[in-house]
Design a protein around this ligand. Structure first.
Ligand code: FAD
Length: 321
């Protein structure tokens, strides 16, 4: 190991740490001898157990944010910590808040950010891997100047596994005075309604594409997802068409999923879609065109009309009980 210290931005989620942050902690401990986490929120200190379990020795707690978005205060707190002693790199999940923190931290530290990272290796220093050209090629990058690298990593790039470590030592790390930028407050927020598992975490994902023909037919996809206790995904074509919200999109500019079973219904298999789901364990594709590219990566291909195959599948699943 050539890296001494890595810090991981540990986003709080559901009274724990977000899955992507746990993936980063897990991988960080294979790269550096000392892994530290930075978190925030009213219950920040209570995350010491889970942070330690996934490999963090220290948990920097920025504290409650008094109704502010994390970007400003968390970037300020990390910058203050860096001034006391910098890590080799700071790993940040590629979430909305993570990207906000990374941009602000970059400005504060005057350091560049490497984004859209899906791999991190130790090659005499940290080397990042980024998919390009719709995921068909991988480029590698490294920081050439001294100072902590800021690295934004995509969800599902690594597998989260606890190490059984003892709770991390909690160190209070307040943001200090953030001036006018820190005075913005969240006025209202709402949680998007969802039944069943999250798209990124579901064991079964059923996705629909333009081949469904019309937006109403997406109900077939959601019904199969529900019957299989899975989540419903989508190609960009039907997100752009306004059939489903962006939060359903799988692919290069959407979410990366790695379920046990991925069922693609009326999806052609563009590289930008496949880069987000090709890591699935078993891929089933329903498409009326036998030459559709999705069949090249499908474990089970059904050449047929979604209007016939999907209702038949629903019937069979219901009959199974
Ligand atoms: C920079 C960039 C980023 C992108 N990011 C993403 C991304 O994140 N995710 C993404 O999905 N795409 C993304 N795209 C778009 C991508 O290139 C494709 O346009 C998109 O994935 C196509 O969606 P689709 O498969 O639903 O539609 P189409 O390509 O139109 O395919 C529809 C398929 O349905 C089949 N079909 C038609 N009728 C039936 C029927 N009755 N029964 C069965 N099959 C039928 C057809 O044979 C066809 O294969 C991106 C593109 C660019 C340029």
């Amino acid at each position: 190991m050539t890296l001494a210290t890595l810090w991981v931005v540990a986003e709080p989620a559901n009274e724990s740490i977000s899955t992507t942050s746990l993936e980063l902690l897990t991988h960080a401990r294979t790269l550096a001898s000392d892994v530290r986490a930075v978190t925030w929120g009213a219950g920040g200190a209570s995350l010491a157990g889970v942070a330690g379990e996934y490999g963090a020795s220290t948990l920097y707690d920025v504290g409650g944010l008094d109704g502010a978005l994390p970007g400003v205060p968390v970037a300020a707190a990390i910058a203050a910590l860096v001034a006391q002693g910098a890590p080799d790199a700071i790993l940040i999940p590629s979430s909305y808040d993570g990207r906000d923190i990374a941009g602000r931290l970059s400005a504060k530290l005057d350091r560049p950010v490497l984004t859209n990272v899906t791999g991190l290796v130790d090659d005499g220093g940290i080397v990042t891997e980024h998919p390009v050209f719709g995921g068909t090629q991988t480029v590698k990058a490294r920081f050439s100047a001294d100072g902590p690298g800021i690295i934004v990593v995509r969800a599902k790039s690594f597998v989260a596994e606890p190490s059984g470590g003892s709770p991390a030592t909690v160190v209070t790390a307040p943001a200090g005075d953030t001036g006018a930028a820190g005075s913005a407050r969240i006025a209202t927020s709402h949680v998007e309604e969802r039944s069943g598992p999250k798209l990124e975490e579901a064991a079964v994902v059923v996705s629909g594409g333009r081949g469904l023909g019309e937006s109403e037919k997406y109900a077939l996809v959601t019904e199969i997802a529900k019957l299989l206790n899975g989540a419903a995904g989508a190609s960009r074509a039907i997100v752009d068409a306004g059939w489903v919200p962006y939060s359903h999109q799988v692919g290069q500019t959407g979410k990366t999923v790695k379920p046990t079973v991925y069922i693609a219904c009326g999806i052609s298999g563009a590289t930008q879609h496949m880069v987000g789901m090709k890591g699935s364990k078993n891929i089933v594709a329903v498409n009326k065109d036998p030459d559709a590219p999705i069949f090249q990566i499908a474990d089970l291909g059904i050449v047929g009309d979604v209007n016939k195959v999907l209702p038949a599948l629903i019937e069979a699943l219901k009959a199974r009980g």
